[in-house]
Design a protein around this ligand. Structure first.
Ligand SMILES: C[S@@+](CC[C@H](N)C(=O)[O-])C[C@H]1O[C@@H](n2cnc3c(N)ncnc32)[C@H](O)[C@@H]1O
Length: 255
């Protein structure tokens, strides 16, 4: 059961700490104060997660049960790796039988049971490499990708939305029937075409804002549950059967 952390006493560190005024800019000092006083940061340290983001995934799962029955998982924008830690645990992934593939252009420390690709997800080779790394048909694709900030809010927004769209197309390309797709997006930012595409390919599409996602942040998550199967449905509603490249037959799905 994931409960919002109540306070700092269990972590051995008190909340409400201040950073001394010194050479730091006021904005940097505020960021550090917020970080060290964040109960989710403290709880992540206590429970051995690499990032507070772990609690976003756990809270979403608590309500929407997306990790239940997950057998193979692809984690997009995975560094430093807290979602991959959870993914490896729920799939019983091991180095001998890896069931989790993770990608990030940042370096990520190794994790048992996780095949890590250090590359840009937008690289044309990334989809094939991820499919190969996960070792079978995934039934969960999770994306916490956010574009590096440029300082120009609208540009950052557009770039992250683009990542979300490319991730959605990838999920539709790789998921097993019944699988789920979770991706970071922004409040009010999800394009109508993307929503339509997801609605045509998944049984349920919703926006979620977990408690661990800071209230002042425009971050939201787009959750698409119950992949309907490998039919390419474009945003205008046209359905085309895809064909298996090797056999030329309609592409089937692993149950
Ligand atoms: C919020 S962090 C992910 C945190 C992660 N879910 C965790 O639990 O540790 C977002 C990550 O997305 C990565 N990212 C952004 N754009 C990317 C891209 N085009 N390809 C690969 N990774 C990307 C960033 O490098 C960053 O590490």
């Amino acid at each position: 059961m994931t409960k919002p952390p109540a306070g700092g006493s269990r972590t051995g560190r008190k909340l409400g700490q201040k950073v001394k005024k010194g050479k730091l800019k006021a904005s940097s000092r505020r960021w550090i104060e917020r970080h060290i006083n964040d109960p989710y940061v403290q709880r992540a340290r206590l429970e051995g997660y690499r990032a507070r983001a772990a609690f976003k995934l756990l809270e979403i799962d608590e309500k929407h049960k997306i990790l239940d029955g997950a057998r193979r998982i692809i984690d997009l924008g995975a560094a430093p790796g807290s979602w991959s830690q959870i993914a490896a645990k729920v799939t019983n992934s091991t180095d001998a039988d890896p069931r989790v593939a993770a990608i990030d252009f940042l370096e990520m420390d190794p994790l048992p049971g996780v095949r890590i690709l250090q590359m840009d997800f937008l690289d044309s080779q990334a989809p094939e490499k991820l499919k190969e790394a996960v070792g079978g048909t995934p039934n969960l694709v999770i994306s916490d990708m956010a574009a590096p900030t440029t300082g120009h809010r609208q540009t950052d927004h557009i770039r992250t939305m683009h990542l979300c769209e490319v991730a959605a197309h990838f999920a539709i390309e790789v998921l097993a029937e019944g699988g789920h797709f979770l991706a970071k997006t922004f409040q009010g930012g999800t394009e109508r075409d993307l929503l339509n595409l997801l609605k045509q390919n998944f049984k349920q599409v919703i926006h979620v804002k977990p408690g661990a996602s800071r209230a002042e942040s425009v971050e939201m998550f787009l959750l698409a549950k119950g992949f309907k199967g490998r039919k390419a449905v474009s945003a205008d509603g046209v359905t085309e059967e895809t064909t298996d490249e090797a056999t030329g037959e309609a592409a089937g799905l692993e149950a």
